[in-house]
Write a protein of this length. Structure first.
Length: 255
């Protein structure tokens, strides 16, 4: 029993005593009283009275917000502001003029009609691309898929004629103008390929029609070139290489 008492006294060895516990309780009670007194003082402070918003606004800035005045003369004198009425049409900005396309088409269809050099000297590729696509489409309807040959021979022919005309003329010509003229003069070949849809051209009649179409295309192209480049007296010299080029298209159409 004496051993148990000794074990009891030695098991929990600590410096903490009952006096310390009482002191800690007294500190907690004092802190609670201090916090309660501060909360009571805050509740007893007088609350500010309600102030109407009119009084707040009247006591602030009474001026007006700055608003810039519009000056119509400033906008009218500005060179960077254009009205929509003064802007050119979209087709004109893209270089597509249906009046000129129609005049060039009539010039090609009528080889005896004099060509207007000012119109023919334009780089207009809308009509040539349309006629090239039409030629490929009519050949396709005739059972011949020749789109690659049409585009390839057109590109090589334009480069060859462009080189030849620059050597023959003193003023020179652009590659776009050559492509435009050769493309418009492809229209009679489209008519020949349209006939190949309904009947065969591999015969005497077909050969004669092909020769007529080749002469038609080459005569129209040479007429336009001499009027645009002021090359009078050289039409036959220009018509010969053009006839060779359009002869290739005729071979595609007939065979």
């Amino acid at each position: 029993m004496s051993n148990l008492g000794q074990f009891d006294s030695d098991f929990y060895q600590s410096n903490y005593t009952i006096d310390n516990q009482e002191e800690h309780c007294n500190d907690s009670t004092a802190y609670g009283n201090l916090y309660g007194s501060r909360k009571q003082q805050a509740c007893e402070q007088p609350q500010p009275a309600f102030v109407p918003p009119e009084m707040l606004m009247s006591s602030g800035y009474a001026g007006q917000v700055f608003q810039p005045e519009s000056n119509p003369d400033c906008y009218s004198q500005s060179p960077y502001i254009d009205s929509f009425d003064e802007e050119p049409p979209l087709l004109e900005e893209l270089g597509i003029n249906f009046d000129h396309i129609w005049q060039k088409t009539l010039t090609v269809l009528n080889p005896l009609k004099p060509a207007d050099g000012s119109i023919m000297n334009e780089t207009d590729l809308a009509g040539p691309v349309l006629f090239c696509v039409a030629l490929g489409a009519t050949l396709l309807l005739a059972g011949k898929v020749q789109f690659g040959y049409v585009y390839g021979m057109s590109a090589i022919g334009c480069l060859g004629i462009h080189t030849l005309l620059n050597l023959m003329s003193s003023s020179g010509v652009s590659c776009g103008c050559v492509a435009s003229v050769l493309g418009y003069c492809l229209l009679p070949m489209v008519i020949l390929s349209s006939g190949a849809i309904f009947f065969s051209l591999q015969g005497t009649i077909g050969t004669m029609l092909a020769l007529v179409i080749i002469g038609w295309c080459s005569l129209s192209a040479s007429k336009i070139f001499i009027s645009a480049l002021d090359m009078e007296g050289q039409q036959l010299l220009i018509a010969y290489p053009c006839a060779l080029l359009y002869g290739l298209f005729a071979l595609l159409t007939v065979f």
